[in-house]
Structure formats: C-alpha cells, structure tokens
Design a protein around this ligand. Structure first.
Ligand code: LR7
Ligand code: MN
Length: 591
C-alpha cells in the first residue's frame, strides 16, 4: 500500500523520462547502490553487481526454517519455489549489460532471495528413505570460486545451510581463487561471520585454478567427508544424507547428486533426467548418456538406490577425506579448468574405488555456454585445457592415448610439454587396472576402438564413398540424423570412423549407432544414426563373402540411397547380385 501511495502522489518536480526505468530517484543510504521507484511503482535497489554491495540488509532471519529474506529485495518473492524470473522488456538493455559479467542473467539472479524456496523434486520413494543421521560422517562443504556473483555464491551457501542436518555440516569452506571484486573481500567475510554454521573464506594469493584451489580447501577441511560444489549451485531438501550414507557404508565410494538445471537466463530450477549417467567422447569431453542396461534393470527394482557411473561431471560430489588422499587427491599440475573430472573418474575406478550417482540427492547448477573468466597460461583456453587433457591421456589411457592424440591435434602439439612422471608413479603405486579393463568392465556400452573390434571406414563398393555420421550442432547433443555417404577422407577422420562391436552395434563417437528405426513398419526403411540404445533394432552383421551389411531384426540389407531421396541410406531385401548392397570395411590404425 505504501508503494502504491508513492505511485499516486509522485512528486511533480521529478521529471519523467520515457526511456528510463526511473520514475522517482531516491537517495540511497549506501554508496554504489542505486534506489528508485520504477515505472510500475516498485521500489528498486540496484547494486549487488556493482562491486560494493553491502550485504547487511539481506542477512536472513536465521531462526526461520526455510528463510525468505527479502529484506532489501524489492522484487519480493521473485524466483520463489524455483520459479523463473522474467525480466520485463523495458529492462532488457540493463539485463544484457549485466549478462556478460558472469555469462548468466545476473539481473535475474540478484532479484532472487539468497535463500529462496525450491520444490522438492525427488521421487516419492525417496521421501520414505530414512537415515540415522547420528551414524553418518560429518562433511566440510568446499566451494571454490573466481569472481563469482554475490547472489549465486550466497545462494549456494544458504541452500547448504538451510537444507543440511546441522550435525552433519561441519563447516563451509569458501576458497577464493584470487577474485578481483571488492564485495568478495571483507564484505564476504563480514557476512558469513554471522551465519549459524562455521563458514571460512580461504584466499589463494594468486590465481591458481579450480584444481589447486580445491586442494587448498581440502587441506583445511575438518569434516570426515569432503563435499565439493561449484559456486553457483542450490541444494534441495534431503540432498546430503544420500551422499554421506553411501560413503558411511564404504569409504571408497565417490558419490554425486543428480545435477539439476538452474536456467542461466531465468534462474528457473529445472529437474533433470535421472536416467543418465556420465561418460565422455573421443575428445575426452564429459557427456551425459543413457544409463547402461544393467543399471536400468537395477533401477526398475529400486529407483532410490545409487547407481554406478563411468565418470562424473566433476563439480558436485562427496568423497571421504582419507580416501581422497589415499587415491591421489588431484593432479596439482593441472591448471585453471578442465580434465580433472575425468582424471579422478579414471583413477578412482581403475584403482579400486567407484563413482556413483545418488538419485535421491538433487542439487541445481547454473549451466552456462561460456566461461566468464580468463585462462591464464600459454595458449589461453585451448592451451590450458589440452595440456590438462594430455596429462589425463598420458597417465591413464594406455593405447587409447595414441588414438586420442591422433584425433586431437591440439593435444598432440602439447604432449611433449607435460611431465607426468609423478602421476604415473602414483598409478604404479596403487596397482591400478588398465584402461582396457575400465572400458570393458565399467563402461561396456562404450563406443571406443578396441583390439577385438573392427575400427575403420565403411566404404561403398561401387560408389567409393564412405559412410559418415551427421555433424552435431555442437554442445552436448548427440549428432543424430540420416546416415550419409561422402567422399572418403584419408587421414584419421573421426566422422568416418565406425566401431563394430561384438554384440553387432555399428557405433561411433558420441554414442550414436547405425539404426533403422522404422524397419518394422516402413516399406523402404530409412537407415539413420541414432543414440545407441542396445535395442535389437541396432544390431547388424557383416557377410564377408557377399560384402553385405545385414540388419538382424528384419534380415534386410544396407542399400544405397533411393533415387527419390539420394541422401538417405535404406534397407532393402538382400540380393547377392545387387552391386548397391556391397560394402567394404576398411580398417584404420587407431593406435
Ligand atoms: O580458475 C578458476 N578458478 C576457480 O575457482 C576457474 C574456475 N573456478 C571455479 C568457478 O568459480 C566455479 O565455482 O571453479 C568452479 C567451476 O568452474 P565453472 O563453473 O566455470 O565450470 P563448469 O561448471 O563448466 O565446470 C564443470 O567442469 C569443470 C572442469 O574443470 C569442473 O569439474 C566443474 O566443477 C564442473 N562443474 C560441474 O560439474 C557442474 C555440472 C556441470 C556439468 C555437466
Ligand atoms: Mn559451474
């Protein structure tokens, strides 16, 4: 009512500018903070992102269970319950100006309470699970950050505090990787000193990258378990117990939550699939793929049970502190960002531990399309990332390192610059399994070359062209679509390399397979490249004598594009006299 009053009796001396948000400018009590009544009559306070935010007013009433501060937030209730925040058209200019700072919608984030409410996104069965909290180990939550926004960092902290059993949360360690923003200096320490859980800010004197920053945090941790989070996460109710209870049973387990999506534009909390696990592609980029068959079957029995994953995304996980050190912590020669997630995944699996996803634990993360920060070091982003990945390949990939370097020229260029002796010694000391063991036992669905599989080009006998997978649109989407024939490319060209598995799948990078989705129904079934799913429909056999590629389910043969649809391969009745059904499987040396 007060605001409405201001609206109605607005001061006639204040000039009204059509293009400005400001209807009535107000004098702010704090420097670097702008206050005004906007065109809608709403009291607006801007300033979080200006570098000098005074957090005092947003300090929540810590006695409440689920807190909704709004003390200084004029957009009362924005984003509550994980709802999206819509920025009105007239604020788009400002929104875009602020977007580049963190590569997410900072204006939206700053409008949301640091302890907003979130929906309980867990499966109903998870609610029935009980945990004897007193028998669980305590944890230190370690959050590393470089120039993180105030609102996302503090929302991470508050979500952990309000949604973790107090007895289990030993402390929160904020490791500042040499941020430049002033609000992350004393104001941050001042703010966290008032919180009801010990929160400590640890400073790296110079930019050290997230890997060494985490090592810095781990070294200071007093909890029995280390729980790592990115600095723009939101933990939901019940997130912690499922992680800690798996480790209580076996401290060689590294346990991840389901990572939900906090939308980078609206900050909406979006539940993500529980039917995915983590792995990687031929470039050693982390990817989500459909769960393996064994895990799918197990999930049918109990959807609350943790399931194994070949790799973890890297940012959100719990690990017992003793095990963390026993297994080799992190490779401290990795810089800035990237590679450490796969390095730890390979190391843990190959050296006797396991990586799991606990489906009753949900934590949101702001996914963004690009990094807002610099990559100090020779060669920038690429240089840093490929040096990290070259380390991973040289230490853990055995024969597959050569394959990796063959198709990743950037990494091949720097392979001689990196020294990995200490990590190779660690691998020896821990008597770890081979990468071959890992591929066969931990990720049997993998689409990597192997000694006992055909690896190479599939070339049409009379046309001389090669089968090529569709080009992905980039990002993490699997490149699916029609299988096409193209001029054969003679160096090791990944888009024309296929792997023929023992089970009969013709697979390639990004876990896509030769498929005939409408084989049962269509008159001229199309042959496509689809996400591998282990259905009968994706099985093939190669008949060496006739050079035919036969589709197992229908018994039909891989044939040339029909004249009406020249870009589409198809299935037709097998005919040994038909020259258009002859294919040559040309092996390539992959290692
Ligand atoms: O130099 C740096 N110093 C830092 O402290 C660079 C980054 N950081 C901090 C940064 O502020 C952030 O808190 O490190 C954290 C991770 O960096 P992001 O958020 O820019 O990276 P990301 O979310 O793209 O990173 C994913 O991959 C990384 C590879 O090194 C790490 O493993 C991240 O932890 C990981 N994030 C997740 O797994 C969240 C889910 C994403 C997925 C899939
Ligand atoms: Mn992140």
């Amino acid at each position: 009512a007060f605001l409405l009053l201001i609206f109605l009796i607005r001061d006639p001396r204040v000039s009204f500018d059509e293009n400005s948000d400001v209807m009535i400018p107000l004098k702010s009590k704090h420097k670097n903070q702008e206050e005004y009544i906007d065109k809608r009559g709403i009291h607006v306070v801007v300033g979080h992102y200006m570098g000098e935010d005074i957090p005092g007013k947003t300090t929540p009433n810590l006695t409440d269970e689920i807190l909704n501060t709004n003390g200084y937030n004029p957009h009362v209730g924005a984003g509550e319950n994980g709802d999206p925040v819509q920025i009105p058209n007239w604020e788009m200019g400002k929104m875009q100006r602020l977007y580049h700072i963190n590569k997410f919608n900072l204006l939206a984030s700053d409008r949301i309470s640091v302890n907003r409410s979130l929906p309980d996104v867990r499966k109903k069965r998870c609610h029935d699970k009980t945990f004897a909290v007193s028998s669980l180990p305590t944890t230190s939550v370690i959050i590393v950050f470089h120039n993180e926004a105030w609102s996302t960092l503090l929302r991470t902290v508050h979500s952990v505090i309000s949604r973790s059993p107090r007895q289990l949360l030993r402390e929160i360690l904020l490791v500042d990787d040499a941020s430049e923003r002033t609000f992350l200096k004393e104001p941050l320490e001042e703010y966290v000193s008032k919180l009801p859980v010990p929160v400590r800010v640890i400073r790296s004197p110079s930019r050290t990258g997230l890997i060494r920053a985490r090592l810095l945090g781990a070294q200071e941790a007093k909890g029995e378990v280390l729980t790592f989070l990115d600095a723009h996460c939101e933990a939901t109710i019940g997130w912690l117990e499922p992680l800690l209870s798996r480790i209580a049973e076996d401290n060689k387990r590294v346990v991840c939550p389901i990572i939900d999506i906090i939308h980078e534009d609206t900050f909406q909390y979006v539940k993500s699939f529980e039917l995915h696990w983590g792995a990687f592609n031929w470039n050693l980029h982390f990817r989500w793929y459909t769960l393996g068959q064994k895990e799918l079957d197990q999930r049918k029995k109990d959807i609350t049970e943790a399931y194994r994953t070949p790799a973890m995304a890297g940012g959100l996980f719990s690990i017992h502190k003793d095990y963390f050190y026993k297994i080799g912590a992190y490779d401290r020669n990795m810089d800035v960002w990237g590679g450490e997630n796969l390095e730890m995944s390979f190391r843990v699996w190959m050296c006797g531990g396991s990586i799991e996803i606990a489906p009753c634990s949900h934590v949101g993360h702001v996914f963004r399309k690009s990094s807002p920060y610099t990559f100090p070091g020779e060669g920038g982003v690429g240089g840093v990332l490929y040096r990290n990945l070259a380390r991973v390949a040289l230490v853990w990939l055995d024969d597959w390192a050569e394959f990796y370097f063959k198709i990743n020229a950037e990494a091949a260029k720097v392979r001689n610059d990196v020294v990995v002796k200490d990590r190779v010694m660690l691998r020896d000391r821990l008597s770890c399994h081979t990468f071959e063991w890992y591929l066969q036992n931990i990720w049997p669905e993998n689409f990597f070359p192997a000694k006992d599989r055909f690896v190479g080009k599939i070339r049409h006998d009379s046309l001389g062209k090669c089968l090529q997978r569709p080009m992905g649109k980039g990002g993490s989407n699997q490149p699916t679509g029609t299988a096409v024939l193209r001029e054969c490319v003679y160096e090791v060209y990944p888009s024309q390399i296929f792997v023929f598995s023992k089970k009969g799948y013709i697979m390639t990078d990004e876990s896509v397979c030769l498929d005939a989705p409408d084989a049962e129904s269509a008159k001229n079934p199309q042959v496509r490249i689809m996400a591998c799913n282990e259905y009968e429909r994706q099985k093939w056999t190669y008949k060496e004598d006739t050079k035919q590629v036969q589709h197992k389910q229908t018994g039909w043969c891989l044939d040339l594009p029909s004249k009406s649809n020249p870009d589409t391969l198809s299935l037709s009745m097998c005919d040994t006299y038909s020259t258009s059904q002859r294919w040559n499987f040309e092996h390539v040396d992959w290692a």
